[in-house]
Design a protein around this ligand. Structure first.
Ligand code: HEC
Ligand code: HEC
Length: 275
């Protein structure tokens, strides 16, 4: 509890406010999203917010108490900072993120023609850094990337996730789906064992959610910082004693695409707060 008060205080000192604070609440928070796709395995889609404790929810609800605040500021600063041989900042090309980045987070991962495969939002950011700015890519799990992800994604807060699984994406979507349902590790469990068949059940000290991706990067109290979706994937792999993969691995991007589809209609909730 002391800790919670302490980090809340940091948020307060930083004095930030999320750009889209005007949005009442993301979809899937107090009411479920009813899937429109008849192939959806879930009857009701819920954000992990549903199973978070009242204390954790309160931290997420209050922009000034949300412990991810300092990272939002890092992202905002990075947005305006010139870097790399081209001497450009994100803002030089994309101007005001509030309009240029609005809605962007709802559609990732997207198919990237040049790579002939899907691209996650972190990869798009680094693509711009390397190719448009001639700057060094951010490291996936470092503060600058987490900050930029939170800054870019929070411009879509509350907007429904809507990935377009077209013919080009379909083979990757299928791979992601297969990954989701494959048993692995010493416990021989798939993602579905915990997040499809048993959500709402208690597992050790935690209550299982549907394992949705709409709040990432998510501030985890356990990590004492925000973490990427791929960090969570790795953690969940390790929970069943399987080997996790590196951030940005093809398997993880495909899985991310499949997970986004499972959560279609949920509002972007970045930065969510979880246990
Ligand atoms: C020299 C110009 C330039 C700079 C600097 C630049 N970008 Fe881009 N960026 C582009 C272009 C061109 C596109 C592709 C146009 C499109 O898809 O809308 C793009 C696309 C994007 C997209 C995908 C938008 C979408 O709708 O899918 C994101 C996100 C993005 N940039 C983020 C950034 C960030 C963050 C930075 C700074 C770290 C940055 N960009 C720096 C030119 C730039
Ligand atoms: C042994 C059970 C178990 C398995 C198997 C498992 N997870 Fe999890 N996962 C958890 C627990 C516990 C949490 C934390 C509580 C919660 O949100 O469910 C969690 C959280 C998550 C979250 C964060 C949800 C949020 O709202 O922040 C995502 C995303 C996730 N898991 C994805 C996956 C994926 C993808 C797989 C398969 C690769 C997987 N998990 C396999 C137990 C599991």
């Amino acid at each position: 509890m002391k800790n919670i008060i302490k980090i809340a205080a940091i948020g307060m000192v930083a004095g930030f406010a999320f750009a889209s604070g005007a949005i009442a609440e993301p979809l899937g928070v107090s009411k479920p999203v009813i899937p429109t796709d008849k192939n959806d395995p879930l009857k009701e889609i819920w954000s992990g917010y549903k199973w978070a404790s009242p204390e954790t929810r309160a931290m997420e609800d209050d922009d000034f108490a949300n412990p991810a605040g300092p990272w939002l500021e890092i992202g905002e600063n990075e947005w305006g900072k010139k870097d790399g041989e081209a001497g450009k900042s994100c803002a030089d090309c994309h101007q005001d993120a509030a309009s240029s980045m609005k809605g962007v987070a709802t559609k990732y991962p997207v198919y990237f023609d040049e790579w002939k495969k899907p691209m996650a939002l972190e990869q798009r950011i680094n693509y711009c850094r390397e190719n448009k700015m001639k700057a060094k890519p951010y490291e996936w799990e470092k503060d600058q990337m987490l900050g930029m992800m939170i800054y870019v994604k929070s411009q879509s807060r509350g907007m429904p996730i809507e990935v377009k699984v077209d013919d080009k994406l379909k083979p990757f979507f299928d791979k992601g789906k297969e990954y989701y349902y494959t048993r692995r590790g010493q416990l021989d469990m798939s993602c579905a064992h915990c997040h499809e068949n048993n959500f709402g059940q208690q597992i050790r000290a935690e209550v299982l959610s549907q394992g949705q991706s709409n709040g990432f990067p998510t501030y985890r109290l356990k990590w004492q910082k925000p973490g990427s979706l791929h960090r969570r994937f790795k953690g969940c792999n390790e929970q069943v004693r399987a080997k996790g993969q590196g951030r940005g691995a093809d398997d993880y991007v495909n899985l991310e695409l499949y997970l986004a589809w499972r959560g279609q209609g949920l509002g972007v909730e970045t930065p969510a707060v979880r246990r």
